[in-house]
Design a protein around this ligand. Sequence first.
Ligand code: FE2
Length: 212
Amino acid sequence: MNLWTLLSDIPPDALLEAVRPFGEPFGYPEERDGAIIHDLRPAAGLEATQSSLGRAAFLPHTDAAFLPPHLRPQKLALYGLNNEARAATLLYALDDVLRLLTPEVVEMLEQPQFEQVPPLTFQAKLGSAPLPGHRVLTRDAGGVPRVAYSSQGTRPGSAPEALGAFETALQATKPTRVIIEPGQLLIFDNLRCLHGREQIVGPRHLQRVYLR
Ligand SMILES: [Fe+2]
């Protein structure tokens, strides 16, 4: 798989079957009671939040950024049930962001000097206190960089300049826009790209599955 792929004509009851070639579906007991399929649609009272339950534009992030790399979803699957709102999912390749950064900033982003707040959907079980020792960038065994960041959850810790440079580079990176239509399944790498969402005006209902 490249960084992302889009499949069409998937019936709703075939979602888990369709994602299996890309990884093993799983959930976290601390989020949505361990559900494997997550409904993503605006929830009453949470419209303004930066979350899968909001309507506001959702700035670039990776899912479960607060967890160590081996516990994060390696891939995310988003399935369209209804997107009358025609709100696009935005995908940012990490390599495009890194191209805009100096080696010095990249090295600082690899240090455990940031803080990360768990996302809203985990906060009922884990609280909202920032967790120290966060690294925005890590590398896999082959030296390939991976990212863990969210616009509201990543705090600068002792390296505000490095985080500021990363955010400036992210803002300068042009995303790929994907409007997920009913029956379409978007699968993308949660470690090698960031994703966001346009503001939702009107009905929209997606489902999400984490893969490892
Ligand atoms: Fe997300």
